[in-house]
Unconditional design. Structure first.
Length: 126
């Protein structure tokens, strides 16, 4: 098992790629947990990771054509990119070969939705 190197109180911020200052959520997550489970007051963090999280204004991906002729997007899956990789590849193939998505209706995920005010309201957050 990895050796505990620090306590939650010792460091709550870190620098990640590009020098972006990030927060590990100590005040939001750890403090309330310590109130419920006092034994966590002496718990340490084994490691931490921070990175950029790509997200559209409505937190949904962009799938479809762009105003640039021949330029298609299947992008911005944020933390779900690896899970959605197979369908993303299939959609791009369908766009390039058939000119439209045929396996799944992604018409609501077009880039134009932002300019047209058709953003998608998040219904379920996991």
């Amino acid at each position: 098992m990895a050796k505990r190197t620090e306590h939650f109180e010792d460091r709550t911020t870190n620098r990640c790629a590009g020098g972006v200052r990030t927060h590990f959520g100590t005040e939001v997550n750890v403090r309330p947990s310590q109130a419920s489970l006092p034994m966590l007051a002496s718990a340490g963090r084994l490691s931490g990771w921070a990175g950029l999280y790509e997200v559209t204004p409505d937190a949904h991906p962009i799938c479809g054509r762009t105003p640039m002729d021949g330029f298609w997007l299947v992008a911005d899956f944020s933390g779900h990119g690896f899970m959605h990789g197979p369908i993303a590849g299939r959609l791009m193939a369908e766009f390039l070969i058939e000119g439209a998505a045929t396996s799944v209706d992604v018409s609501s995920l077009g880039l134009a939705r932002f300019a047209e005010g058709r953003t998608i309201k998040e219904q379920n957050v996991i």
